[in-house]
Design a protein around this ligand. Structure first.
Ligand code: FAD
Length: 477
């Protein structure tokens, strides 16, 4: 693999514009009522933690993190606890609102949330569990049903709620004298160049700076990965499906009265409601669609009209009430639309730059990306704190520890597109038959559970902690 640490665009270019970036104190997207639990336990609690982020000369080590969704703020939290000074740059002007429910499952996910001190907070904001969904025929008759825990795992939360909790929690971690993370919204890294003892970063808006380390937590389409490791096509494989989700306008709320999914070969259209959002003004339910397509869309990922057109094309001529549903796209001003893809990066670090979360090991659907991002942030921060003077060794241990686990989780997601949108009628019938068979259904659920718990974290948990009991019927011991 070619190891590159500079961008062809604007190498070494300094920007001296006045920064329009918002910093932490401005609290973009902040929920003023958010009450944050005090951090408890975890490696950050060790008494010597404050010194981990200091160099020999007593200077705080600095880490630039790209992305303020899940992985980025989770890492900022842990690095803060270890005494590092983090700067998180987010391309969106505020914490992003979009995205539907994400879930945590199994003892490893829950333990890390508990170590962060946010498990209860997440429980308070949870959706209350996934919804059962019926697969229906053209006339609305039930053919099979999907149990709620299939989508909702042990704990389900809206992605935007989770991001907000993590963001506030990372800021609150500074309360006991740790350096607060700095958030730069509405900005992006434009180049990364190795410098003596650091990485020189230029930004679109903020004046350039040099950091000790840079972490790409900027998702499936990571900019840090492109700048430091190579073009997206080298690392992201399209798995032949697309996923789209959007909110329904009030006028179409009747479509979501029951959670149902209508399948035809190569496409499914589903509707439902998330109880947690029922009090949101104007919330009437949401559409979630998966369709097969080998074609890789090449237009701008922020081109909303082009996305809407691609979705409408994919559902042309579909039965049931799909035309009515697709019609609601016109009113949607937020849309989650992406290919079902998988990220494989042969080595997650190059020099002082490393990747985390979806940027390193993402899988769009079914790959437990959110739980893996949380665990990854925990392990990466703990490894950096364990050898603060040797980031290479820390990056190597982080990858060695995490790769087998996240690769298995990604593999689990490989069949997600084919599960939702089988490409033949025979395959649709086989899926429905499996869902109607209690043993096959239980095996599917167990498989997901086994994948999520296939990491022990023994060497990272404080001595007095054990993996969190999930409270599910499955015996973890
Ligand atoms: C808007 C949105 C909606 C989503 N909806 C769902 C969903 O409904 N269901 C689901 O299972 N998963 C969803 N995901 C993905 C899910 O959040 C991730 O798979 C998982 O949580 C891992 O998180 P991550 O932090 O690694 O990546 P992501 O959550 O993808 O976050 C990456 C962050 O980096 C930011 N970013 C991107 N480029 C740059 C740049 N150049 N500079 C600075 N910041 C940048 C993005 O704006 C984003 O905030 C969504 C992600 C996003 C961003």
């Amino acid at each position: 693999m070619t190891r590159r640490t500079a961008t062809p665009h604007g190498r070494g270019r300094e920007t001296h514009e006045t920064s329009r970036a918002q910093t932490a104190g401005a609290s973009p997207g902040a929920d003023p009522d958010a009450r944050l639990a005090e951090a408890d336990g975890g490696p950050g609690d060790r008494s010597e933690s404050r010194s981990h982020g200091e160099s020999d000369g007593g200077r705080k080590r600095t880490v630039l993190i790209s992305g303020a969704s899940v992985a980025g703020p989770a890492l900022a939290y842990w690095l803060c606890r270890h005494g590092y000074r983090s700067t998180v740059v987010e391309v969106a002007p505020a914490l992003r609102d979009g995205g539907f429910a994400v879930d945590f499952r199994g003892a490893a996910h829950l333990t890390v949330l508990e170590c962060m001190g946010i498990l209860d907070e997440i429980r308070r904001h949870s959706t209350g569990g996934g919804s059962a969904m019926s697969f229906i025929d053209e006339r609305g008759r039930q053919l099979a049903s999907l149990p709620p825990e299939f989508a909702g795992g042990d704990l389900e939360i809206l992605r935007s709620d989770l991001a907000r909790i993590l963001y506030h929690h990372s800021l609150a971690a500074a309360a006991d004298g740790h350096p607060a993370p700095e958030y730069l919204f509405d900005d992006t890294i434009t180049s990364l160049t190795p410098a003596p003892d650091g990485v020189h970063a230029t930004f679109a808006r903020t004046p350039s700076r040099t950091f000790d380390l840079v972490i790409g937590a900027d998702g499936l389409h990571s900019t840090v990965r492109r700048l430091a490791f190579g073009p997206e096509r080298d690392f992201v494989s399209h798995l032949g499906y697309y996923v789209a989700a959007w909110d329904l306008p009030e006028s179409a709320g009747h479509l979501a009265a029951q959670a149902v999914g209508y399948s035809e070969p190569g496409r499914i259209a589903t509707v439902g409601r998330t109880p947690r959002r029922s009090a949101d003004p104007g919330y009437a339910g949401e559409a979630f669609c998966v369709f097969a397509s080998d074609e890789e869309l090449t237009h701008d990922r922020r081109d909303l009209p082009a996305h809407k057109e691609a979705i409408a094309r994919a559902y042309a001529g579909a039965g049931w009430r799909t035309p009515e549903l697709i019609d609601t796209l016109r009113a949607a001003d937020e849309l989650y639309f992406d290919s079902i893809s998988r990220v494989d990066v042969p080595c997650w670090s190059t020099g002082r730059i490393a990747l985390l979360g979806d940027a390193a090991y993402g899988a769009t659907l079914g790959g437990m990306g959110t739980g893996s991002a949380i665990i990854g942030a925990y392990v990466l921060a703990a490894e950096l704190a364990a050898s603060p003077d040797d980031h290479s060794a820390a990056f190597t241990r982080y990858e060695r520890r995490l790769r087998p686990y996240v690769t298995q989780c990604q593999e689990g997601g490989r069949g997600a597109g084919a599960f939702f949108a089988p490409t033949t009628q025979e395959a649709i019938d086989a899926r429905n038959a499996a869902l109607n068979d209690p043993a096959a259904r239980a095996a599917m659920l167990q498989q997901g559970h086994d994948l999520s718990t296939a990491i022990t974290l023994d060497d990272h948990l404080p001595a007095e902690r054990t993996l969190h009991p999930t409270g599910t019927a499955i015996d973890l011991t």
